[in-house]
Design a protein around this ligand. Structure first.
Ligand SMILES: Nc1ncnc2c1ncn2[C@@H]1O[C@H](COP(=O)(O)OP(=O)(O)OP(=O)(O)O)[C@@H](O)[C@H]1O
Length: 351
């Protein structure tokens, strides 16, 4: 096996994403890694419960030897062995995001020998991470353009601070990922979405969120359909309120955005916040939204050919993903080509 490679977890974005991308590439390229200064860019550095569970999930997936994987640790050594597939479980006791567990494990499961089933526990709709509905309605259609998918069964929703959500995901391996060319946004055909409340929160918040979003988005589409509903107590026992928006275009682009109503925030404002983020991506001419941007980088690197995707402003998360991938995978060369208000991210495979 190769010599251990050093990754500095405090570079650029300096958060959990560096650890996740480094682990994914380590497993897929069979490269042992040492990640130091883990989450060095965050006020509370080191492995939090959710990051630790991610490391343990990857250890199980890749039958890896791991040193230093403990709460608040700032250095881990990770030696991957083989990737077989099978049943795996990760339980985050806090509202740590289930979708970020999926983010680290999914590319590995796609290249495992057999099917994988992931039983994941934690938060399903939390801040600073994809909401589970974003993962299925926005990220998944973009993943499908690369020729892969997953099945997701939502058993229970979990919100901040308690968590307690549960999701079961089945992933069938693929032989290869196809390169993707996505450079023409086309026209917005429709915008749809969901505004939800759960627990003891009043249903009127959902129409306030929907109205807020529609007010912002009426300038880009006459065809806006936002479903408003209260979650069933059995599936969502705790309080939560939020919105997910999805725009589909004539060229097949799927862009999204979302918001959760913050403490003290008006529901209308949360709806507007989500809509403004989507509007910006559309006005920039982007083919993927500002959050999907960093999440497709790893897929571009794993595809067997040159991919090109038009994005708006390149985010620090995206720059970080590219930086870490290029460190661990010399067969991927990324270029960012400015083009008016947007940028084309190109990934060239060199062998
Ligand atoms: N509203 C959102 N919709 C979709 N994806 C999101 C949203 N907010 C954040 N993300 C995605 O979640 C990931 C967050 O990574 P990041 O490193 O910031 O968080 P983290 O792992 O929780 O670590 P840390 O606690 O160190 O910030 C990124 O891939 C980002 O694109």
């Amino acid at each position: 096996m190769d010599e251990i490679r050093e990754i500095d977890g405090s570079e650029l974005e300096g958060g959990g994403q560096i650890l996740r991308i480094a682990l994914t590439m380590s497993v897929l390229k069979k490269i042992p890694i040492r990640v130091s200064n883990i989450r060095g860019g965050r006020t509370k550095a080191g492995l939090l419960e959710q990051h630790l569970k991610g490391v343990e999930l990857m250890r199980d997936l890749a039958n890896a030897n791991v040193k230093g994987a403990s709460f608040q640790s700032t250095v881990i050594d990770f030696y991957p062995k083989f990737l077989k597939g099978g049943n795996f479980k990760a339980l985050v006791k806090t509202a740590g995001s289930i979708t970020l567990l999926l983010q680290v494990a999914l590319p590995c499961c796609l290249f495992a020998e057999t099917d994988s089933k992931l039983e994941l526990y934690g938060g399903t709709n939390t801040e600073m991470a994809p909401q589970i509905d974003y993962a299925t309605e926005v990220f998944r259609p973009n993943l499908e353009k690369f020729g892969a998918t997953f099945d997701l069964d939502l058993i229970r929703r979990g919100y901040f601070p308690k968590g307690g959500g549960q999701v079961s995901i089945n992933i069938r391996p693929v032989k290869k990922l196809n390169p993707v060319i996505l450079i023409d946004q086309g026209d917005v055909k429709s915008v749809h979405g969901w505004a939800f409340v759960a627990g003891t929160l009043p249903i009127r918040m959902t129409s306030q969120m929907a109205d807020g979003a529609k007010g912002v988005l009426k300038c880009i589409s006459k065809n806006i359909d936002i479903e408003t509903y209260k979650e069933d107590r059995d599936i969502a026992p705790d309080n939560g309120a939020g919105i997910i928006l999805v725009a589909e275009t004539s060229t097949g682009c799927v862009l999204g955005s979302s918001a959760l109503v913050k403490r003290g925030e008006q529901a209308l404002d949360a709806g507007q916040r989500a809509a403004e983020s989507l509007l910006k991506s559309i006005r920039d001419g982007a083919c993927v939204d500002e959050y999907c941007q960093d999440q497709v980088i790893v897929l571009m690197a794993l595809a067997n050919g040159t991919s090109k995707i038009r994005v708006g402003e390149v985010t620090l998360h995206t720059k970080t993903a590219i930086h870490i991938i290029e460190k661990l995978d010399t067969s991927s060369k990324f270029n960012i080509i400015p083009d008016g208000q947007s940028n084309i991210i190109e990934c060239i495979k060199t062998n």
